[in-house]
Design a protein. Structure first.
Length: 319
């Protein structure tokens, strides 16, 4: 039985990936800071093949021993959410740096490593759709918001160097707005926010004028994408966008949710300066090209936005 290590496995994406790995017959070791109790996303999984280690990836001796004993490694642990990043830029960077440094120190050429990167690494790049080979434009370091993107990009550089220099098989996925059940509502992600406001009957809060656009990918599609690249040796040493090309403005999204849940709801426009902490900069458009992952693996998303909203709504209602 192969043994897989997942850092940050109790998080939103991890809580969908881990059951898939267990279902495929693997032993899975999760390291996450979240305590093992009812609030933990994995608590309901009572599998003898799951080992849960409540600890930080910054405990490097522990991480080292977990890495040494793993056949595959999935690096998902991160500090997420614009507000949390701006409040804790150093912790944001250290979480990425500590786990990737340990991988670089001990991973062997027999261990496949998946790294969860982000669309944020495209920074202020304005060429659309975003392809993996684009030059990147970042904001000034004085703005704490960029700590997340820079630490993820640094991790990409370190891991791709590890592949080149030591032949450790590294694969990188840049996620674009993954949504679905168990997404942490406190991070300010727009779909969980709108849906929970709609269910409470309060106006949907739109930051800015709502012309900013995003594209959304259901978490089961994102997990399929991870497994598709991890299962294909041609993908080793490559970076892949994981998302959908279906762009929608935040205003159009709010109207869609209004129509779906409660057409009489109001919309409330809040200027960024009033809503976001100092150091915030909005990215107006962020749409991936998913040609590369399609060409390498044949992957494409199965759920469109209407289906995503329906699944998320049911999860929030608990039905
Ligand atoms: N959800 C998205 O739309 C999205 C988009 C881009 C990138 N990503 C990346 O995908 C990965 C998973 O994201 P998610 O949405 O599941 O986030 P999440 O916050 O739900 O999960 C991250 C997990 O990492 C854990 N963690 C944080 N710091 C840790 C540490 N020092 N030691 C151990 N565990 C730690 C958290 O407790 C949490 O359970 C992250 O690396 C994130 O940057 C996600």
């Amino acid at each position: 039985m192969a043994k897989y290590l997942v850092t940050g496995g109790a998080g939103f994406i991890g809580s969908h990936l881990v059951p898939r790995l267990l279902g495929d017959g693997h032993k899975v070791v999760v390291i996450d800071k979240v305590p093992w109790n009812e609030a933990n996303n994995l608590f309901g999984l009572s599998s003898p093949s799951l080992e849960y280690v409540e600890n930080s990836v910054s405990n490097t001796d522990l991480l080292k021993s977990l890495v040494e004993n793993a056949d595959q490694i999935y690096l998902l642990a991160a500090t997420l959410g614009v507000r949390r990043v701006i409040e804790n830029p150093i912790g944001t960077v250290i979480t990425q740096f500590d786990q990737v440094r340990e991988i670089c120190a001990v991973a062997k050429s027999s261990q496949k490593v998946f790294y969860a990167s982000t669309s944020e690494v495209y920074g202020k790049t304005t060429v659309l759709p975003l392809t993996e080979d684009l030059p990147l434009v970042f904001g000034e370091p004085a703005k704490a918001r960029w700590a997340y993107a820079c630490s993820k990009l640094m991790a990409e550089y370190m891991l791709l160097s590890l592949f080149r220099d030591k032949k450790v098989p590294v694969l990188i996925g840049r996620f674009f707005n993954v949504v679905g059940p168990r997404q942490n509502q406190s991070y300010g992600a727009v779909i969980p926010n709108f849906l929970s406001q709609a269910l409470k009957g309060i106006p949907l809060t739109i930051y800015g004028d709502g012309t900013q656009t995003r594209s959304f990918c259901h978490v089961t599609d994102a997990v399929d994408a991870i497994l598709a690249i991890m299962g294909n040796d041609k993908c080793i040493g490559h970076v892949f966008n994981i998302g959908t090309e279906d762009e929608i403005s935040i205003l159009a999204l709010a109207r869609k949710i209004k129509k779906l849940v409660n057409p009489s709801l109001g919309l409330r426009f809040v200027p960024y300066e009033d809503a976001m902490p100092k150091g915030f900069e909005e990215i107006l458009h962020r749409v991936p090209s998913v040609n590369k992952i399609r060409q390498y693996t044949g992957w494409s998303n199965k759920l469109d936005l209407d289906e995503i909203l329906s699944v998320c709504l049911k999860a929030l209602k608990g039905v």
